[in-house]
Design a protein around this ligand. Structure first.
Ligand SMILES: Cc1cc2nc3c(=O)[nH]c(=O)nc-3n(C[C@H](O)[C@H](O)[C@H](O)COP(=O)(O)O)c2cc1C
Length: 185
């Protein structure tokens, strides 16, 4: 049984990336997995400060515990000024304090949606590098860039971009299967 932690880098209530994360969770739930979501808005983490790392606030303890529990991550981020959101980077900086438990050797599916045409390409390049520094495995191809996202979700949050939905499904399924093989060895 693969344990998955889902995180959206956008805190915005009507965020496209939050909606996309729900689509990804639904796809993943077709396999034998357990899924938790860590909501960066509900569990507001303080700005990373090594001076307070010794007496971690509850929200930090919670993300440390949930990341340690997980075998795999589903991470979506908006692109802000050609990079990932500050909220997501902040969360990663916190969990990196105990990276041998929280990230090392684990797997991630990274994806993102933006209103611009490149669909978070530049943000994801950064995210791949950051997670690489923490020993997270991410399959190299295909990548999931959802550009010009306005109009790609209906009122119920259904995603109507069939081509990208299929790529997302393929990457999630392949990552679950690699994560499972890795866990069995
Ligand atoms: C501060 C800020 C910076 C942004 N920078 C970029 C950018 O570099 N590239 C891009 O494609 N979109 C950029 N956008 C537009 C976002 O793609 C768009 O707001 C998107 O809806 C944010 O994701 P969300 O819907 O999940 O909140 C930016 C938006 C904001 C508010």
């Amino acid at each position: 049984m693969i344990k998955i932690l889902a995180i959206s880098g956008s805190l915005r209530k009507d965020s496209f990336n939050r909606k996309l994360l729900q689509v990804a969770k639904k796809i993943a739930s077709n396999s034998e997995v357990q899924i938790k979501e860590f909501d960066l808005k509900e569990n507001s983490l303080p700005i990373f400060d090594q001076d307070i790392a010794g007496s971690m606030p509850d929200s930090v303890k919670k993300i440390m515990e949930e990341a340690s529990w997980a075998d795999m991550f589903l991470i979506t981020s908006p692109e802000y000024n050609h990079s990932i959101s500050g909220a997501l980077k902040n969360a990663i900086d916190w969990i990196s304090l105990d990276y041998t438990k929280t990230t090392k050797g684990k797997w991630a599916v990274i994806f993102g949606a933006s209103t611009g045409i490149y669909g978070t390409l530049r943000a994801q390049a950064h995210l791949r590098e950051i997670l690489g520094a923490l020993g997270v495995n991410i399959i190299p191809q295909p990548e999931i860039f959802i550009g010009s996202v306005e109009g790609k979700f209906d009122e119920q949050g259904n995603f109507n971009d069939e081509k990208n939905a299929k790529v997302l499904e393929d990457v999630i399924n392949e990552t679950i299967s690699l994560c499972l093989k890795n866990k069995e060895n």
